[in-house]
Design a protein around this ligand. Structure first.
Ligand code: FE
Length: 239
C-alpha cells in the first residue's frame, strides 16, 4: 500500500533565504536559495541544494567552491528580485550589489547580510532536478547583528502584503466610501512570476511611469521591475 501524499505536509518545513554565489574564473554569479544547512559541527560543514539548470550550479560544479550570504529580514524585494528571478546568463547580478571576493574566489554579497560563509565542495549528491553540494567551511564572518529572513516571511512579502505591525501596512487606511471607490476603479495587478504588485497609485517611477497610471495604460514593452516578466504575466490582484 502506498500512503497518499498530502503535499501541504511539506509546507510546514521552515527555511531561511540566502544568496549563494560562486565563480568561474573571473565570471561571478549568485542566486537566491532557501536550502542552506549546517550538516556537521566538527569539522563544520554545510550543504546547499541547487537547480541543475542554474548558472550558479554550473559555476559550483566547475570551481568546487561556493559562498553564502545570510540575509537580514529587512532585505527589500527589489534586492532579492534580481537574484531570485533573473538568470546570470542575461544580467551581471553582482555588478548591482556590494560584494567582496573571498578566499575561495567567490563573490560574497555584503548588502543586507548578517553573516557570510565560504565552503569547498567535498561531496555532492544528484537528487534529480537538483544537486546537493556538501562543503567544508573555509571561512565565516559576522557582518552585523539582526534577524535572518525566513522563507515564510519571504512568502508573505512576495504576496505584497505587509504585516499589520509594519509601517507600510495599508489595509486599514481606506477611511471613507469615495476612497474605496477610487481604489476599486484603478485595479492593482500582481506578477504571477515573482509576486510583485503593480499599484497604479504609485506607478513605476524607475520606468518613468507616473503615479496614477492604470495597469492597462502601461506601455506594451513594460516589464516587471523585479523579475522582468511581461505584462501578460500579470493578473488582477485581490489582496
Ligand atoms: Fe515579477
Amino acid at each position: 500500500m502506498v500512503a497518499e501524499i498530502d503535499r501541504k505536509a511539506l509546507y510546514a518545513i521552515s527555511y531561511g533565504v540566502y544568496v549563494v554565489t560562486s565563480h568561474l574564473g573571473e565570471k561571478l554569479n549568485g542566486q537566491i536559495a532557501n536550502t542552506v544547512i549546517q550538516v556537521t559541527a566538527q569539522p563544520p560543514r554545510i550543504a546547499v541544494c541547487i537547480n541543475k539548470a542554474n548558472l550558479t550550479h554550473e559555476y559550483i560544479s566547475s570551481s568546487g567552491v561556493f559562498a553564502v550570504s545570510i540575509l537580514d529580514e529587512s532585505v527589500p524585494m527589489d534586492f532579492i528580485g534580481p537574484f531570485g528571478f533573473k538568470s546570470g546568463r542575461e544580467v551581471d547580478k553582482l555588478s548591482q550589489v556590494k560584494h567582496k571576493i573571498g578566499v575561495t574566489g567567490c563573490p560574497i554579497v555584503t548588502d543586507y547580510t548578517l553573516s557570510t560563509l565560504e565552503a569547498r565542495v567535498i561531496n555532492q549528491v544528484d537528487v534529480g532536478t537538483h544537486t546537493i553540494f556538501v562543503g567544508e567551511l573555509v571561512a565565516g564572518e559576522v557582518l552585523r547583528q539582526g534577524r535572518p529572513l525566513t522563507y515564510a516571511d519571504y512568502h508573505e512579502k512576495k504576496k505584497g502584503r505587509a504585516p499589520k505591525s509594519a509601517p507600510t501596512y495599508r489595509g486599514e487606511e481606506i477611511q471613507n466610501e469615495s476612497e474605496k471607490k477610487e481604489v476599486a476603479e484603478i485595479k492593482r495587478y500582481v506578477c504571477s512570476i515573482c509576486g510583485w504588485v503593480y499599484d497604479p497609485a504609485k506607478g513605476d517611477p524607475n520606468a518613468d511611469v507616473p503615479a496614477g497610471t492604470p495597469f492597462e495604460k502601461l506601455p506594451d514593452d513594460w516589464v516587471c521591475p523585479i523579475c522582468g516578466a511581461g505584462k501578460d504575466q500579470f493578473e488582477p490582484y485581490e489582496g
